[in-house]
Design a protein around this ligand. Structure first.
Ligand code: S3P
Length: 448
């Protein structure tokens, strides 16, 4: 499991130009949900394109521990024989979700309205992250949670014997919290209503509808009101997981800052609740185009083409866009270092409670590499140095955070001196083929 292994130091060196096609893995959010919703259906769900990163593999194991059969065919197709809504068995071992906040929070939701208990743990990063944001609403259904101080893992959830439906306004912009409440609502009678003031990724809503649940979303003055009718029979599905825009961000940003680059990243899901980074990059003057725009499985999809963009300018990122690019701020801050002028990022408090405190991790590493950064509780500003003027030369701590490690490795491709990370091991949680994929484009990224 990530975070428990020997650290893998890595370094990244100025590279000539990235060229070719980057076939990034399946979407992490949709992969977790495919396994969980498959496990909650009666019959066989067949999944192609599943992300085989450690986070998702840990969710697959958890679904097995709760009674679903989860098998992988030799060709990479996954089959889930579900137990139905309300059918989870009580696991006889601790559920280890590794590095994955999405995994643990969604699974807690899915079991919280069943008369079973489960104990959850994770790696050193996950065991620091706040869980009260999920256990507070789960308590309204009648579930109980006992964990470490500050609402941290390891934690035991005792599910509700007679769950009540809930009406809940999510206090932080979080798709994980919204999804935990909706998954808990599946086994409660009547209607569970979740209200979010800011729209966050809507894969759970789309997929629940696809699995046959009665679910509606209405935009009102209060925000987005999502209403789910409990105790449906979910119908198993065939799911083709689109490729992950959050993983596409790394080869795209690498191409934008590396002289001589022209990279095609095909088949990327461009759900508007996920595509904020690409809008931002285009506003900065990136040569980034959408080719072959189409719809697949109800999601907008396109091939992204990114070319070296020497004249990017810093911008003020609209705070209302934050949720649609929340995982992409680390790599955006690297692009911002190579742009002219300031890139201002506000309304991003959530970055402080991800796999690491991402503002702190990036600000420290950027400064060590010669880039000026200002930061406050929910904002940060990167002072761009312009193309060719980023010194580099430092080793950065990745803090068990895959996106921090990959962001600094992208930076080293165009910095004056190599950039190193103390541990590239966590990259395997979301992007296990990062190294060969980047090498095939011409990136000089080395172990050691
Ligand atoms: C995710 C939601 C986001 C995101 C995470 C995946 C999801 O977290 O950062 O990588 O799949 O629901 P929050 O819900 O905490 O914002």
């Amino acid at each position: 499991m990530s975070g428990h292994g020997t650290p893998i130091p890595m370094s990244s060196h100025r590279s000539k130009g990235l060229n070719g096609t980057a076939e990034v893995p399946g979407d992490k959010s949709i992969s977790h949900r495919s396994l969980i919703l498959g496990a909650l259906s009666v019959g066989e769900t067949v999944i192609t394109g599943l992300l085989e990163g450690q986070d998702v593999l840990d969710t697959a194991k958890a679904m097995q521990a709760m009674g679903a059969e989860v098998v992988r065919d030799d060709d990479g197709t996954w089959r889930v024989h579900g137990v139905g809504v309300g059918g989870f068995a009580e696991p006889d071992q601790v559920i280890d979700c590794g590095n994955s906040g999405t995994g643990v929070r969604l699974i807690m939701g899915a079991m919280a309205t069943l008369p079973i208990a489960a104990t959850f743990t994770g790696d050193a990063s996950l065991n620091k992250r706040p869980m009260a944001r999920v256990t507070d609403p789960l308590a309204l259904f009648g579930a109980q949670a006992v964990g470490r101080s500050g609402g941290r893992l390891p934690m035991t959830i005792v599910g509700a014997h007679d769950p009540l439906p809930v009406r809940y306004t999510v206090p932080v912009p979080s798709a994980q919290v919204k999804s935990a409440v909706l998954l808990a609502g599946l086994n409660a009678p009547g209607q569970t209503v979740v209200i979010e003031r800011e729209a966050t990724r809507d894969h759970t809503e789309r997929m629940l509808a696809g699995f046959g649940a009665e679910i509606t979303t209405e935009d009102t003055d209060e925000g987005r009101v999502i209403t789910l009718t409990g105790q449906p029979e979910l119908i198993p599905q065939g799911i083709a997981v689109p490729r992950d825009p959050s993983s596409a961000a790394f080869p795209v940003c690498a191409a934008l800052i590396t002289e001589g680059s022209d990279v095609l990243v095909p088949n990327i899901g461009l759900n508007p609740t996920r595509a904020g980074l690409f809008t931002t990059l285009r506003e900065m003057g990136a040569d980034l185009s959408y080719e072959n725009e189409r719809e697949e499985g109800g999601e907008p999809v396109a091939d992204l083409r990114a070319r070296f963009s020497p004249d990017m300018k810093g911008i003020e990122v609209p705070p209302e866009r934050a949720a649609s690019m929340i995982d992409e701020y680390p790599v955006l801050s690297v692009v911002a270092a190579f742009a002219e002028g300031q890139t201002v990022m506000r309304g991003v408090k959530e970055l402080r409670v991800k796999e690491s405190d991402r503002i702190e991790a990036m600000a420290t590493g950027l400064r060590a590499n010669g880039v000026e950064v200002e930061d406050g509780p929910d904002w940060w500003i990167v002072h761009g140095r312009g193309q060719g003027n980023v010194p580099g030369g430092a080793t950065c701590a990745s803090h068990l955070d895959h996106r921090i490690a990959m962001s600094f490795l992208v930076m080293g491709l165009a910095a004056q001196s190599p950039v190193s990370v103390d541990d590239g091991g966590p990259i395997a949680t979301s992007f296990p083929v990062f190294e060969p994929l980047m090498a095939a484009l011409g990136a000089d990224i080395r172990r050691g």
